[in-house]
Ligand binder design. Structure first.
Ligand code: SF4
Length: 385
């Protein structure tokens, strides 16, 4: 297929595809799916070999959020029966993080619900980061605490944080349909603050919220422009008790096409398969390892993932290897931030108009696959790692 040959050549050169090409990936048929995966897999292997980075989530503070993000089980007014607890103590968080590191994770992601941290919260998280680094000097720590105020990114960096996550989630055009209590611009500003403080930026998206193909391409191109080092791709987990509970819009094939598109647009960036992997890809998860170079190990913030050992077995069975602490995730030209000189802008042949919309295929509701997290951080039960 000419499209795929072009995209592979561009990906190997770190050149941005056109919007039309990105849309065409999403519009490919199931008959072409393996060719799409193979093509994006060539780009993935060029920049990341067969390595898979494992990341481990620690939910420092769960539920009770005053914001209204429609996709989130922790939102204002959520009826989802998730764990609700306030800040974990530094030793509790450190214990949870240690389980992830013992399971093979090289990055620990410290996440707290809420609009953004107070300065006291930043103190708390700083103590937690110090406690984790004391136990595991080499582990990368990423903080995800919401919208940052002036000076907070610097304080987290000084406490030892390596990275900051704040997702764009969806396109600028649809952001107001998903959340009303903060804006897309607020989110972009926080990513910029993290970058300005010298933190490695992590920013991604959620697919499956009823968005169009154009919206998906828009958010991925916006992410490319923002130039984070890692891009988590979440697939909506339609939690009962949230406004998006009925949005079962994804099939495994659609998820693979989305991941392939993200890989072509962000060829040399850490693309991480995040929440919703088990729910939407199901038995097709191993194929996704050809597209992403990073996944979460074990459970998510408020839902349970497959057993940590099953993640490790899947990686080995598919012929991939867990990335060790001694290996730097990003290719050499990206180390130290930024994407290097080649990928500065969109190709000159980018069309002004996107082709007609292609409707997302609907997946069957699989509420049986959504399990609220009942173990690990905030409980007396051992974490899944
Ligand atoms: S995504 Fe974050 S800010 Fe939005 S409702 Fe959930 S916890 Fe709150």
């Amino acid at each position: 297929m000419d499209l795929l040959n072009t995209l592979v050549e561009k990906g190997l050169r770190r050149e941005l595809p056109t919007r039309e090409e990105a849309l065409a990936v999403l519009a490919t048929s199931d008959d072409d799916l393996l060719e799409v995966v193979a093509a994006a897999g060539k780009v993935r292997r060029q920049w990341f070999g067969r390595r898979v980075k494992l990341n481990y989530l620690v939910n420092l503070k769960s539920g009770l959020c005053p914001e209204d993000c429609s996709y989130c089980s922790q939102r204002l007014g959520s009826k989802a029966e998730i764990l609700k607890y306030t800040w974990l103590k530094p030793d509790e968080a450190s214990e949870a993080a240690a389980a992830g590191v013992a399971g093979g994770a090289k990055r620990v992601c410290l996440v707290a619900s809420g609009r953004g941290p107070t300065d006291r919260d930043v103190d708390r998280v700083s103590k937690t980061i110090e406690a984790i680094k004391e136990q595991n000097e080499d582990v990368e720590v990423c903080a995800c605490l919401g919208l940052l105020s002036q000076g907070q990114a610097e304080r987290l960096r000084d406490a030892g944080a390596d990275a900051y996550n704040h997702n764009l989630n969806t396109s600028e055009g649809t952001y107001g349909d998903i959340t009303t209590t903060h804006t897309y611009a607020d989110r972009v500003d926080t990513v910029h603050q993290a970058q300005a403080a010298g933190l490695s930026a992590c920013s991604g998206l959620i697919a499956g919220m009823g968005e169009s193909d154009t919206d998906l391409v828009d958010v991925v191109f916006s992410l490319r422009e923002l130039d984070p080092d890692s891009v988590p791709v979440n697939f909506l987990i339609p939690f009962e008790g949230t406004p998006l509970a009925k949005e079962w819009n994804l099939t495994p094939q659609r998820c693979l096409r989305i991941l392939a598109m993200v890989r072509f647009v962000c060829p040399d960036v850490e693309v991480r398969l995040a929440g919703g992997r088990e729910v939407h890809l199901r038995s097709m998860q191993p194929l996704a390892l050809n597209l992403v170079n990073s996944i979460f190990l074990g459970d998510y913030l408020t839902s349970e993932g497959q057993a940590g050992q099953a993640d490790l077995d899947m990686i080995a069975d598919a012929g991939f290897e867990v990335e060790g602490a001694e290996t730097t995730t990003l290719p050499k030209h990206r180390q130290g931030g930024g994407c290097g000189s080649v990928c500065g802008g969109e190709s000159s042949d980018a069309p002004a108009e996107a082709p007609a919309e292609v409707r997302a295929e609907a997946g069957a509701a699989r509420t049986d696959l959504v399990s609220v997290r009942r173990r690990g951080a905030g409980t007396d039960l051992a974490p899944n790692a």
